[in-house]
Design a binder for this molecule. Structure first.
Ligand code: PEP
Ligand code: MG
Length: 326
């Protein structure tokens, strides 16, 4: 099997009926970078910048941040990299940032909420990113967006940093793309507003499912109880793809479900054409892709999701489809 996956590394990621699927990888530290070559990923769809902060005992200096981002961009070469700004707070505690205990950390003072309140931290990071990407494309993505107003505030911080760099004659990124994670259910009801101001979105299905189904992603007792291939969740994901198509805004998904072949198949059936996953999943997911036909799966899923449904989700139907196509 490992051999088979390795032999697929340089095979284009196309379905049998010729639909190209962009397979990217998730990363967060320098040690992850060799996987870009080894896995054959088309880029880094999610770079979790908080990892550098979490493995350190003191706040990483601006120069350390810039050095890491430049190393990532160098390693990626022509491949795109999407940097997510700090997703800390809540359960991702940084010992050197004081935080009071919270009853519901996942719903608490974290990610963009913390960053907008402490703009010094965010501005340092944005400046490091802008400097590291001098002369090339920079893709920045904000985590835990809950309201479109937050995107506007975050964009103002970027604009300030751009002006600052211009004033001091620093070279700029050749292109700047700004995106947001879709991982809080409130964003499902402001997709049009968000897409009007964003260059791309990426679905954080780990958190989106946690908040959507009210199941703690880290609590084994409830985490397995509800299915991310259930009808309501797939319908929610479909509305995101449809909004992306309406606005011509690229939509990707970077949660764990992207790395499970059956779920990845479902995502492609919903219309996703780009997904990002842990590097070891790229082989198994590509092995599924080269065997699948998109057109009939899309049709079958559309019918199922349109029907009034009973209990359960599409897992059975998808398993049958997968068996018939392997
Ligand atoms: C997610 O929420 O799906 C995601 C990709 O981000 P993280 O797992 O880092 O919260
Ligand atoms: Mg998340």
């Amino acid at each position: 099997r490992q051999e088979r996956y390795r032999s697929l590394r340089d095979v284009p990621s196309w379905t049998k009926d010729g639909v190209a699927i962009d397979l990217e990888m998730n990363a967060g530290l320098l040690v992850d970078l060799p996987q870009l070559e080894e896995s054959g990923a088309a880029g880094i769809g999610l770079f979790r910048t908080e990892l550098q902060f979490m493995v350190a005992s003191t706040m990483p200096r601006a120069s350390d941040q810039e050095r890491l981002y430049a190393a990532v961009l160098n390693a990626a070469g022509e491949k795109p990299v999407t940097f997510r700004t700090l997703d800390v707070g809540g359960d991702k505690v940084l010992p050197y940032i004081s935080q009071s205990p919270e009853e519901n950390p996942a719903l608490g003072y974290r990610a963009l909420r913390l960053a907008l309140d402490r703009p010094g931290l965010m501005r340092t990071q944005l400046r490091a990113l802008l400097k590291a990407a001098a002369g090339r494309e920079l893709r920045v993505m904000f985590p835990m967006v809950t309201d479109v107003g937050e995107v506007e505030q975050a964009r103002e911080l970027i604009d300030r940093e751009l002006k600052h760099l211009a004033r001091f004659g620093h070279p700029m990124p050749a292109e700047l793309k700004i995106g947001a994670m879709i991982e809080v259910p409130s964003t499902l009801f402001q997709l049009d507003e968000l897409m009007a101001v964003l260059d791309f979105v990426s679905v954080g299905s780990n958190d989106l499912f946690q908040f959507f189904a009210a199941v703690d992603r880290g609590n084994a007792r409830v985490a397995g109880r509800f299915d991310d291939l259930s009808v309501p969740f797939l319908r929610a994901l479909r509305t995101i793809v449809e909004a992306g198509n309406r606005h011509d805004v690229p939509v990707t998904l970077c949660g764990e479900m992207a790395g499970r072949p059956l779920s990845a198949m479902a995502l492609i059936g919903l219309g996703f054409r780009s997904i990002s996953m842990a590097p070891p999943s790229i082989g198994p997911v590509k092995a599924m892709i080269v065997e699948m036909d998109v057109a009939d799966l899309e049709k079958a899923m559309r019918e199922k999701l349109g029907e009034a449904h009973g209990a359960g989700g599409l897992r059975e139907m998808l398993l049958e489809y997968a068996k018939a196509h392997s």
